[in-house]
Design a protein around this ligand. Structure first.
Ligand code: GDP
Length: 525
């Protein structure tokens, strides 16, 4: 094993920030990038809000929505660590890609608005992280505003997400009354208004966990209250357990305010202490590939189309699982056995796209693609000859009927459809008897991208008719009786010819389950 490679890999920390829209993901990301020196100005992360991001000629739809590939992966150095943050878009940008991005990270940070608690999208994204068993760190945001009681928020984590929590710190007040955080983990108090006291940001605590001597804060009634709360949490709450954290069974919880940059640096430093370095990845045969393995390998977890409409190119995002990438190296694409030279490869910084010279396990690189790669593809060098585990499929919730506008375009319609489905851009279903096309997605944006790409890449105008939200459930083909189909569900086949029902709503699904108790209804993730 090359020691240089090991050293390089060991400093990598690759994670995603998950949250419900408006919880503060962009704001905290920006603060992290500022600490890392990766950006100079706030407002660089998402053009949507600042309008600063018209850097290139990516597909129109991206421009309109302000999604940019540079904000998909952000890299910076902090205190000897090389940090890779992968963006998981929220809002209407939410798509299967968002979920798949979580397949490429080693940890997740969950940002929660203290006034709102756990919201729908946080829960969905959390469940994907949970399935992977990766460590999850929680940042309770917007402490500068009045929010819910800290104990109440921790309880919600345990009840709704079923994860143990450990408060790394505890708020001293909230909103206008915010004085600081009692840092249980570092055994100190971090002041929100240092200038109000003696100017020092941190106040150390004695053995008993109290401020030594006479400090103005100690006179405040909130201080006494916090000491009591902390005491209670320490006695009745969970013990900090590093192994549980590593296994994703306990989430360390940090309170802070991203907007006012309070508690963010402490969070970053503590997070980097516990966030895992890259570890083994398992192949389909169950073989474990070490990140220190000298041969390069990785898998494609996301394909972003049409960065440049003039060239119709795409970028395939690869998570490197082992070894080192060097410019110009030849790799084998496992699915086809084809040898490909990696000449045009991108790495991502917060405000530029740069040509990457080398990258190691843990890093994400973007390969310019003219149609070679598919979601889930493994690439490798040397004798590795491996295929990493397939990426999971996610149960779509939104559906559309699709036809080609011009009947003479059937051929390109089918070709485009097949290609985009293979790429993982959209899910395809056919109605059982008539074979009508129905496409499914987890987020609305997927439909728009689909429509745009059909037109631009396959010169086919598609007509899409919204069917709205449906609950998709697969059943065993042997259980299928076509009489089960009713006005409340649609019987369709997926692209592997497996039957499933698209139920109008949860109610229709429960009605079905009651009527056919022996038929197992299965969902994907
Ligand atoms: P995202 O949708 O999760 O990326 O959320 P943003 O980072 O865009 O934040 C949503 C809104 O909440 C913006 O108006 C932010 O300025 C605001 N915000 C973010 N963090 C805080 C915070 O700590 N305190 C307060 N008061 N507002 C915040």
């Amino acid at each position: 094993m090359k020691t240089k490679l090991k050293e390089d890999v060991d400093i990598r920390r690759t994670f995603a920030i998950i949250s419900h829209p408006d919880a503060g993901k962009t704001t905290i990301t920006e603060k992290l990038l500022l600490f890392g020196g990766a950006i100079r100005n706030a407002g660089t992360v998402k053009g949507k809000k600042s309008g600063q991001f018209a850097k290139s000629d990516w597909m129109e739809i991206e421009k309109q929505r302000g999604i940019s590939v540079t904000s998909s992966v952000m890299q910076f150095d902090y205190e000897g660590k090389r940090v890779n943050i992968l963006d998981t878009p929220g809002h209407e940008d939410f798509s299967e890609d968002t979920y798949r991005t979580l397949m490429a990270v080693d940890a997740a940070v969950m940002v929660i608005d203290t006034a709102k608690g756990i919201e729908a999208q946080t829960k969905k994204l959390f469940q994907v992280c949970r399935m992977r068993g990766i460590p999850i760190f929680t940042f309770m945001n917007k402490l500068d505003r009045d929010g819910r009681e800290p104990l109440d928020l921790l309880e919600e984590l345990e009840e709704v997400l079923e994860i143990d929590s450990y408060p790394m710190n505890w708020p001293i007040g909230m909103g206008k009354g915010l004085e600081g955080i009692y840092d249980i983990f570092h055994h100190r108090i971090e002041l929100y208004h240092p200038e109000k006291y003696d100017g020092e940001r941190f106040v150390s605590l004695n053995e008993a966990g109290e401020i030594e001597g006479d400090h103005a804060l100690a006179q405040d009634s909130i201080y006494g209250q916090v000491l009591e709360e902390v005491e209670l949490v320490k006695e009745a709450g969970n013990q900090f357990d590093e192994e549980m954290v590593a296994a994703g069974k306990m989430t360390p919880v940090f309170f802070g305010s991203a907007l006012t940059n309070f508690g963010v640096q402490t969070f970053l430093e503590t997070f980097l202490t516990f966030a895992p370095k890259p570890s083994d990845h398992e192949t389909q045969e169950g073989q474990k590939v070490s990140p220190y393995e000298e041969d390069f390998s990785g898998f494609v977890f996301k394909i972003q189309a049409n960065m440049n409409p003039a060239h119709r190119d795409r970028i395939a995002f690869v998570r490197i699982c082992s070894g080192e990438f060097t410019r110009g190296m030849d790799i084998i694409l496992q699915r086809t056995g084809k040898k490909i030279k990696l000449a045009n490869v991108t790495q991502f910084m917060a405000d530029t796209r740069e040509n990457v010279e080398n990258a190691v396990a843990g890093d994400i690189i973007g390969l310019y693609d003219t149609g070679n790669y598919q979601i889930g593809d493994t690439i490798y060098t040397g004798k590795l000859n491996i295929a990493y585990q397939e990426l999971p499929q996610f149960t779509p919730e939104l559906f559309m009927k699709v036809t080609a506008k011009n009947v003479l375009k059937q051929k390109s319609f089918h070709k485009g459809m097949a290609q985009l489905v293979q790429e993982g851009a959209i899910q395809l279903y056919r109605t059982f008897h008539t074979g009508d096309y129905i496409i499914g997605a987890v987020g609305q944006l997927q439909f728009e991208v689909f429509q745009h790409r059909m037109l631009n890449e396959y010169h086919t105008e598609v007509i899409m008719t919204a069917m709205g939200n449906k609950t998709a459930r697969w059943i065993d083909p042997e259980d299928l009786d076509e009489k089960m189909s009713s006005s409340r569900n649609i019987l369709v086949k997926d692209r592997f010819d497996q039957p499933l029902f698209l139920f109008e709503n949860q109610f229709a699904m429960r009605w079905f389950a009651d009527k056919y108790p022996d038929v197992e209804l299965k969902s994907l993730l």
